[in-house]
Design a protein around this ligand. Structure first.
Ligand SMILES: Nc1nc2c(ncn2[C@@H]2O[C@H](COP(=O)(O)OP(=O)(O)OP(=O)(O)O)[C@@H](O)[C@H]2O)c(=O)[nH]1
Ligand SMILES: [Mg+2]
Length: 453
């Protein structure tokens, strides 16, 4: 395999830039471009050592910097790897990279360092995929998920199910090949229970895909209610800005105002909507239509009611619209005299959170309630989750084959048939973990990566 090189730091100005070289020629190439001030040869450096020196392209001195050496297999890629830190202007970094090319390296493809880590057994495919997720994480919760994933959380969950399937297949095979030598009776009920267990675990794994997406992209969350209940005040409270216009005139918000915020580690994609009411005003009624569309796109709805006024027909209309939605009921303006029928709100929504949207202390309470209602409030973020479509498809196919094996066993089909279904399920799990993924699958995974990773 050729020795590759790329700039590993972002393309822009920074304090330092890092040029990464990996492959069997890494130390020699580093030796050609980097001259330690100690006078020793960079090519002879041991793993996990660093030195300061000058960077050259042939006779021409380019910069000074630090060289860090890793020796196979103790590096990210599992190969000899050299990392040169130089001054962080793009021009300087590109010149150093060009010098590495002149010394024998070839340009790295997107994700090629991580791909080599995979090929050298340093990472599973799901761990490699998580590297891209760690890089793209935009909030604390998702970073924690992706980090656990990179440390093998999903891989371990898949392995547990794959090992269980393998043990069932081995048992079935033994029964087919050596029925006379088996000590115990073949216990179909026991094996059916085991298959049911696997199907159940794979089912929860598949569900984790939706939860992971909410954590990664934020929870789409519409703020709705009749005019003047304090929707925009709540929006401003949650965003910590004067994002929406607030007045005591009914019908102030007409179009949808959107903002993404992270509160208490939870990312919310908020949409402050027009107040719902019967109206002849053309603009306002378009706003209400848009609000209804936004409701449909939301995972959680923040339904706001005004405690200082009795519930009205518009409130009832809203409640009808929300009948099949996940709702956080906000009983707002609890600093004023209570006129609304809170018991009715609690009857409809199970719980009503009493707040004043003017009180900054209430923001995290609302965010927590949204996370809980979305089903990610009490999630174990380190448990591993299905992170993308490729993984979801494999997990679904594995679950379906497991269910087919179970049905075959329960309907008295031959053990051969049951065994084949189990093998199909196992194949899908091995594809998921990458142990049996074809080149095309691996290539498509790494297409998402940046050069230098
Ligand atoms: N006392 C009190 N007043 C509040 C509270 N929340 C909002 N208000 C006031 O209620 C009025 C309406 O607030 P908005 O946030 O504009 O209400 P809205 O639901 O967005 O109204 P529309 O955009 O017209 O649908 C403003 O005068 C706010 O200052 C609260 O918790 N307590
Ligand atoms: Mg408003």
């Amino acid at each position: 395999m050729k020795t590759i090189a790329a700039i590993a730091t972002p393309h822009g100005e920074g304090g330092i830039a890092v040029i990464r070289i990996s492959g069997s020629g890494a130390a020699d190439i580093a030796g050609r471009v980097f001259a330690p001030v100690s006078g020793k040869s960079a090519a002879e450096m041991k793993g996990y050592t660093a030195c300061y020196g000058e960077i050259h392209d042939g006779e021409k001195r380019l910069d000074d910097g630090v060289l860090l050496m890793f020796r196979a297999p103790h590096s990210y890629t599992g190969e000899d790897t050299a990392e040169i830190s130089c001054h962080g202007g793009m021009y300087a970094a590109k010149r150093v990279l060009a010098a590495c090319y002149s010394a024998g390296a070839v340009p790295a493809q997107a994700g090629e360092f991580t791909k080599r880590a995979l090929l050298n057994g340093k990472l599973s495919l799901t761990q490699a995929e998580a590297v891209a997720d760690v890089i793209s994480a935009q909030n604390e919760q998702f970073l924690l998920c992706a980090r656990s994933q990179r440390e093998g959380a999903l891989y371990r969950r898949i392995r547990a199910e794959a090992d269980e399937l393998l043990s069932i297949i081995t048992l079935i095979q033994a029964w087919i090949d050596y029925p006379d030598e088996m000590e115990d009776e073949f216990d179909g009920n026991l094996e059916a229970d085991r298959l049911r267990g696997i199907a159940g675990h794979l089912g929860s794994l598949i569900e984790s895909h939706g939860e992971g997406q909410l954590i990664r992209d934020g929870i789409p969350c519409a703020i709705v209610g009749r005019p003047n209940v304090g929707k925009s005040t709540l929006m401003n409270l949650l965003t910590g800005t004067e994002r929406s216009i607030v007045t005591d005139i009914e019908g102030t918000t007409r179009d949808i105002v959107e903002e993404t915020v992270t509160l208490g580690g939870v990312m919310l994609r908020l949409a402050d909507c027009a107040g719902i009411r019967e109206t002849d005003d053309v603009v306002e009624s378009i706003g209400v239509e848009r609000m209804i569309k936004k409701l449909g796109e939301s995972s959680v709805v923040l339904a706001v009611f005004d405690l200082s006024r009795p519930l009205s027909d518009d409130d009832s209309r809203l409640m009808e619209l929300l009948s099949d939605k996940k709702v956080v009921c906000i009983a707002n303006k609890n600093d004023l005299d209570v006129q609304a029928d809170v018991a009715e709100l609690e009857r409809r929504f199970g719980k009503a959170i009493r707040i004043s949207a003017k009180d900054p202390e209430c923001a995290e309470t609302v965010a927590r309630a949204v996370a809980e209602t979305a089903g990610i409030g009490k999630l174990d973020l380190t448990a591993g989750f299905i992170a993308n479509e490729r993984q979801r498809k494999c997990a679904e196919e594995a679950r379906d084959f497991t269910v087919q094996a179970l049905e075959a066993l329960e309907s008295g089909m031959t053990l051969d048939a049951v065994g084949i279904m189990c093998e199909n399920a196992l194949d899908r799990l091995y594809e998921l973990s990458g142990e049996q993924a074809g080149e095309a699958v691996v290539d498509s995974v790494f297409r998402r990566f940046c050069v230098g990773k």
